[in-house]
Write a protein that binds this ligand. Structure first.
Ligand SMILES: [Zn+2]
Ligand SMILES: [Zn+2]
Length: 156
């Protein structure tokens, strides 16, 4: 459940648990190549008057392109989330707060999931820490061995 009825929150924290499919409009325009659903979990609880706090994590699989060797690879995103939702008009301009608009009957954590996913995906992924990348001269993939440029045959 990623939308929580406020009445349930009066009795204490409500578990957050749900999956959003990769082709959901929620993720449109993020430029993240999801390979499966994004799973969100944690708890939602009251945080002062008109405030609600989701703490938990989310995870999913994305297709990434190595910035060194340009190979495509699959990588996991697994991030903690701490998101504050508020109906307080004084907090509506605070970029760290997700605004709730009247009439408020539910807290929907999905806008936070979208934003945290965008932040959580590595903008400059590498397929592995020691990826050797491509030769800047001949473009050979140096992970599969040295290219013929190596060994001193430098162009003048
Ligand atoms: Zn690589
Ligand atoms: Zn080379």
């Amino acid at each position: 459940m990623l939308q929580v009825d406020l009445r349930e929150l009066r009795h204490g924290p409500v578990p957050i648990s749900g999956q959003v499919p990769p082709d959901d409009p929620l993720f449109e325009g993020l430029g993240v190549a999801l390979l499966g659903p994004v799973t969100a979990e944690g708890d939602l609880e009251l945080a002062g008057p008109g405030g609600y706090y989701w703490h938990g994590r989310f995870h999913g699989l994305v297709r990434a392109t190595c910035r060194r060797c340009l190979a495509e690879f699959v990588t996991g995103v697994d991030q903690p989330v701490e998101a504050l939702f508020s109906a307080d008009p004084e907090l509506q301009d605070d970029p760290s707060v997700y605004p709730l608009t009247e009439p408020i009957t539910h807290v929907d954590v999905r806008p936070a999931l979208r934003e945290e996913l965008a932040l959580g995906v590595d903008a400059f992924p590498v397929c592995r820490e020691d990826c050797r990348g491509l030769c800047p001269r001949c473009g050979a993939d140096l992970n599969s061995g040295p290219c013929s440029c190596e060994g001193g045959e430098l162009a003048p």
